[in-house]
Design a protein around this ligand. Structure first.
Ligand code: CU
Length: 133
């Protein structure tokens, strides 16, 4: 089930931006996705997310309390950031890069994530919702 979700997300990524040459090999290749990321626990759930001008896709993520979760953020257009102030997360991802962001899930709640890198006119609208339930 999870592999199917990852595969679908990977295909979406692929179709959304064929020009991106990411360092990970997750695009359509789920079998080695976990092994390619040394910092990610093998049991972690990976949520594929893209940052473009000017939105995160998906813009809503729901995680379970206590699970190991990683948001694999690909900046497919523009330089962006991913910040959750309450969780102490602030990562910058340049265009063409993919970064794995480990999400602490020990505190349930609804959090706002936002772009933390000034990226143009839509910057302040670049937000999303992270729910830990
Ligand atoms: Cu921005």
């Amino acid at each position: 089930m999870k592999k199917h979700i990852i595969l679908v997300a990977g295909l979406l990524l692929l179709s959304a931006c064929v020009a991106v040459d990411t360092t990970s090999d997750t695009q359509g290749n789920t079998s080695s996705a976990a092994a390619s990321s040394e910092a990610v626990p093998s049991a972690a759930r990976v949520i594929e997310m893209t940052a473009t001008n000017w939105q995160f896709t998906p813009a809503a993520v729901t995680l379970q309390q206590g699970e190991n979760a990683v948001i694999r953020l690909a900046a497919t257009a523009g330089n962006h950031g991913f910040a959750v102030q309450e969780l102490g997360i602030n990562e910058a991802v340049n265009e063409g890069q993919t970064k794995d962001i480990t999400i602490p899930t020990d505190r349930p709640g609804t959090y706002r994530f936002r772009c933390s890198v000034p990226c143009g006119e839509g910057h302040t609208d670049m937000t999303g919702t992270l729910v830990i339930e």
